[in-house]
Design a protein around this ligand. Structure first.
Ligand code: AMP
Length: 569
């Protein structure tokens, strides 16, 4: 079965799951989804050869969620993942695919997390538990995790679990689950130990491997940028400033993202439009026509919408989101380098998608060169060139400038100023909104930042008088040292129950009767409400905005936030 001609609606997923997918904006199933979903809905065991970025999480989460019984709080699905990051990510994916299901609970459990919180939540019940093998074993031994009603089990990134030495734990856990459970094993590679697990513990599994297409034209220059330190949108606009382009097709994963990115680029002065499967054929054709006749320079598309687009002036394809597989990659970049022209393909790769990059290189037999983001100096040079070119164009152009001639001649006489001095002042005025001398703040790559925070995601101790980091806001919670609270308890409770990533929880400072903590400034009201209602060490957090030096005697509170330096020189 090919993913090209199947829709999510044809896959027998439950209605709430379909509604959630359409809310998220997925257009069509990815190749692995098109094959894994029907098999899992059929009750079959599967072995999926797939890596991060292929859509493998949804490939198992969507069908398993479709058969969850939310009337019961029993654990019905167990996912084992090698790392806490992956466990959290998978739990978050389940949460979003279950957004239209009532009474659904998913619980990530991993080492290093407060045990008491976990025990309490397990007692409350979660239909889906996503855990690292060690911690899942702990709970099974303690009897705090009951798998007697388990319907399905997923081994995610099985080869990673093997590499990290968890494979015996994994098989131990499997032996402690009902024999009639359904099992899905996902692995990027198939070492023989994993093959053995599949042969021993799975019932005639269907093997799902997605075919790869492997031809790219040699007239297309390919580069990738490893996402780090700068967000993708800023990186993109930096690239657009220095890349000489004519027409561009950018690829994202979802329909929603096409619209969002088009709006953001338009706000930044580019002529951009979205094209996606929600648009009818006529509208799509009209948009492509606009790209052809230059009333539009940038098209932001999903794979489906861009299939077969043939516009000669497309000088660049930018893969803003990495495609699922090399086949999609080849289709995408084939939108440039048309009619014998040369083209350039740029690919954004998040660190966790590295493997997908390697597999694209392998399948196409071509190396994709790493690129650096243009520096401030490069962007400045490009802006200066454009600026000078504009002057040349006006001087050589046909525009009648006599009004300005007279105006400035008069001004020069009256103020006794040389024409150069006036020109300098005008140039300064002109570039105020778009400086010619650009400096970018040096941001440490996320990898280094998390290394600084240590293994368990704690932030380093900092000068107490420092304000929250950029993008964060300081809050106060009503649990402190006297209640026996530790930063780990607070991070654990918030990460688990308010659906925040551990690493988005900033500095925590414990005082005797309360604590301050930094959280992202764009928290949703529902999240702050949820956090306010949580309990740590028996104390309700009652989250409130930190109002600075203690209201009543005792510890000192917040320091003045630092003033943000503008990014431009
Ligand atoms: P995964 O391979 O599970 O790590 O997924 C990679 C990314 O693809 C995630 O950001 C998903 O949200 C996204 N994704 C998964 N399935 C689809 C789909 N059918 N359409 C668009 N995006 C998807």
């Amino acid at each position: 079965m090919s993913s090209e001609n199947i829709a999510f609606s044809e896959l027998n997923l439950s209605q709430p799951v379909l509604n959630a997918i359409s809310k998220i904006g997925y257009e069509t199933p990815s190749p692995i989804q098109a094959r894994a979903i029907p098999a899992l809905l059929d009750g079959k065991d599967i072995v999926g050869l797939a890596q991060t970025g292929t859509g493998k999480t949804a490939a198992f989460a969507l069908p398993l969620l479709s058969s969850i019984d939310t009337k019961s709080a029993n654990t019905q699905v167990l996912v084992l993942a090698p790392t806490r990051e992956l466990a959290i990510q998978v739990a978050e994916a389940f949460q979003s695919y279950a957004s239209e299901l009532n009474n659904f609970h998913v619980l990530p459990i991993y080492g290093g997390q407060d045990m008491r919180g976990q025990l309490r939540q397990l007692k409350r019940g979660a239909q889906v538990v996503v855990g690292t093998p060690g911690r899942v074993m702990d709970h099974l031994r303690r009897g705090s995790l009951d798998l007697s009603n388990l319907k399905a089990m997923v081994l995610d990134e099985a080869d990673e679990m093997l590499r990290m030495g968890f494979i015996d734990d994994v098989t131990w856990i499997m032996e402690h689950t009902p024999e009639n459970r359904q099992t899905a094993l996902f692995s990027a590679t198939m070492p023989k130990e994993i093959r053995r697990v599949a042969n021993t513990y799975l019932r005639s599994p269907e093997e799902i491997k997605v075919a790869r297409e492997s031809t790219t034209g040699s007239n297309i220059e390919q580069a990738y940028w490893m996402v780090s330190g700068t967000n993708k949108l800023d990186a993109l606009t930096r690239i657009l400033e220095v890349e000489p382009f004519d027409g561009i097709i950018m690829f994202v994963r979802t329909k929603t993202a096409t619209v969002e990115l088009a709006e953001k680029l338009e706000a930044r002065g580019y002529s951009a439009a979205a094209i996606n499967g929600d648009m009818n054929q006529a509208l799509r054709e009209r948009t492509i026509e606009r790209l052809k006749n230059k009333s539009l320079d940038i098209l932001i598309a999903t794979d489906v919408a861009a299939r077969g687009i043939d516009v000669e002036r497309v000088s660049h394809v930018i893969n803003y989101d990495i495609p699922y597989d090399s086949e999609a990659y080849v289709h995408r970049i084939g939108r440039t380098g048309r009619a014998g022209r040369s083209g350039k393909a740029i690919l954004f790769v998040a660190p966790r998608e590295k493997r997908l990059l390697y597999s694209i290189e392998k399948a196409t037999g071509q190396r994709i060169e790493a690129m650096k983001l243009p520096s401030g100096d490069t962007v400045s040079a490009a802006r200066i060139d454009q600026f000078l070119q504009q002057i040349t164009d006006v001087v050589n152009g046909e525009e009648n400038l006599s009004f300005f001639d007279e105006l400035l001649a008069k001004y020069s006489r009256e103020h006794d100023l040389e024409p150069e001095a006036i020109a300098t002042a005008l140039a300064y005025l002109l570039q105020k909104n778009r400086p010619l001398q650009v400096k970018f703040a040096e941001i440490k790559p996320e990898r280094e930042r998390s290394r600084d925070r240590g293994e368990r995601g704690e932030r380093p101790r900092r000068n107490n008088n420092r304000g929250p980091e950029e993008g964060m806001k300081r809050y106060r919670i009503e649990v402190g040292r006297n209640h026996g609270a530790r930063p780990g308890d607070i991070v654990g409770a918030i990460a688990n129950e308010a659906g925040l990533k551990g690493r988005s929880i900033g500095q925590i400072k414990l005082f005797d009767s309360f604590a301050t903590l930094d959280l992202p400034e764009d928290l949703a009201p529902a999240q702050t409400k949820k956090i306010a209602s949580l309990h740590v060490r028996g104390q309700q957090l009652s989250l409130s905005e930190d109002r600075g030096p203690m209201r009543k005697g005792g510890d000192k509170g917040k320091a003045k936030p630092r003033k943000r330096k503008p990014a431009h020189g």
